[in-house]
Design a protein around this ligand. Sequence first.
Ligand code: DSN
Length: 431
Amino acid sequence: MAGAVRRVRDLTRAHSTRFERAIPLIASENLLSPYAKELLISDLHSRYAEGLPGERYYEGNEQVDEIEELTLALARRLFRCSFADVRPISGTVANLAVLKALAEPGELVGTARLADGAHISSAAFGAFGLRGVRPVYYAWDPERMTIDVGRTREILRAVRPKLCLFGLSLFLFPLPIDELRPTLEEIGALGWYDGAHVLGLIAGGEFQDPLHEGCSVLSASTHKTLPGPQHGILLGETAEPTVRQRLQSAAFPGVTSNHHLHAMAALAVSLAEHLEFGREYARQTVANARALGQALHDRGFDVLAPELGFTRSHTIAVRVVREGGGAEAAQRLAAAGIISNKNLLPGDRSPKQPGGVRLGTPEVTRLGMGPKEMAVIAELFDELLHQGRPVAEVAAKAAALKRGFTTLRYCFGAGEAAYRYYDLVGREPDA
Ligand code: DSN
């Protein structure tokens, strides 16, 4: 079995090298700082701490209690709110906790459609289906890539869902929570924001602040525009005590047994780093997304929402029907070392044939790229997808661009190798 161990280590090293040479444009991915990363391989990984600080079901949790208290305090400070729970182990698990706490099977919950950018949590085959709630779809404005307020007001008044989810995986523009808030109050619905994609932008003051616009709860993963570990979080400001208690008991024992203590400790580091560096990072991430949108548009790509500057977030969407469709374009880009994902866009007829690619700037920004590099990336897209230049030629240019951007920024320990493989053992296993 030593061969299997060697193989998986080799594959992991190859994966790291591949990403070190690639242009990473997945909107939901980011890089951990060295101080966060080291906690992922600490002894915390081996422990249980079910419950809340001071009320555990296991002994040996004194340091864990303090780490959790510190993580909660950092989260409340960063998001300027009074409630946090850092026990959900992912964004989807956080969404499940909200559904368990605030909706009963059979009830109606408002959401956007998948093709309009919603996360799979809203699908019958996702968290909505698991909880047995029924979606009420908002009307969508595909030109402005946001909810159509007038028509959505009518829908909400007619069917009166109890909970309204705001939040997307193709998240280009803030959602009209302020405008819909009177309607939510009128029908007695709670507002829920899935801020996974834009969490670091909210904290950095570059995106809407849903907890101060009237949403009772914000759920999120913690590894997208907030460059933290793979984990989840629940945050609240206006939620009544009973809502908070329901969220806490949904987090545990509802949807988790143990929370991942090593990831929670890493999250504490990432939250502290975002308090220090997050404003500048969020500003540059959005500036880069807008610059990439403009540069691709200038080269003839059909970037959504040109009238609105393409985006106010970290993400842009490009309709690539002329370039062979989302699947083909994403595969050709990946072959040239440019990593993105195919994505459904409003109006797409088949979920199996997405018309677009989704591009995000969290990781390239973290590595120090700016608008100049966004222009070079757009040039590579043009050479590959419009001019038909050979894949190997574009791949060589992509790798050359990346050579100057392989170390971390916007964190303590800036300048560390971003894709470093931590070889703790220092040798291969005996045969
Ligand atoms: N699958 C993630 C994304 O790429 O948007 C969200 O969970």
